[in-house]
Design a protein around this ligand. Sequence first.
Ligand SMILES: N[C@@H](CCC(=O)N[C@@H](CS)C(=O)NCC(=O)O)C(=O)O
Length: 210
Amino acid sequence: MIKLIYFEFNFWRIDISKLSLSYSEIPYKLEKLPRNEFFKKKKSGFFPFGQLPVMIIDKKMYGQTLAIAKFCASKSGLYGKNDKESLVIDQVLNWANDINTIIAPSIREKNREKQLKLRKNFVDNHLMIWFNFLEKLFLKTSKNKKFFTDRFSLADITAWRVIHWFISGKLELIDPKFIMSFKNLQKFYTGIYNKKSFNKLKEFEEIISN
Ligand SMILES: N[C@@H](CCC(=O)N[C@@H](CS)C(=O)NCC(=O)O)C(=O)O
């Protein structure tokens, strides 16, 4: 049995693994750690990289979002079926990690004024550039213009989940309408959103309902 550990909220770093496993009906357990428990455990060196998510299999703990997601997607038949497909999927995963790293300082900053300044800098200098990278990748790799690799994969789950985050309206100063500048991504997002085998999952429902 695969066990995943994350905080008590939904976030792409854990959701992409949950969605992959659930899509292929692979059972898993999810432990939602309250923050204070996380920090206690972190202090004692419990986590391999001091952060979440982590995954436990056969009593061994593994860290790093992308490593965990690839493992779960592999088990679910949603990782590349050849090296070239995996290259496309890895690029989307790393895109997600990169854009997360760039926006992260404006999420972590506690000082309100500094926080807004950091977010404005992200919106002015990074948002459009990074979504343009993703759209260009999609146009280059997708023939059917439905999926990144022409078959549903971890790339689609990840791109969908991160786009969903950026257009959620929950990120201050990010107007969800920005996605209208990326017609192909917008269409891709809607296509995945309406994919019955995907949107019937309880994990999907949980993500869109909060
Ligand atoms: N490189 C790590 C980054 C994970 C990460 O940033 N985790 C955050 C939550 S999204 C975390 O654990 N923050 C608490 C901390 O760093 O103390 C990965 O890819 O999994």
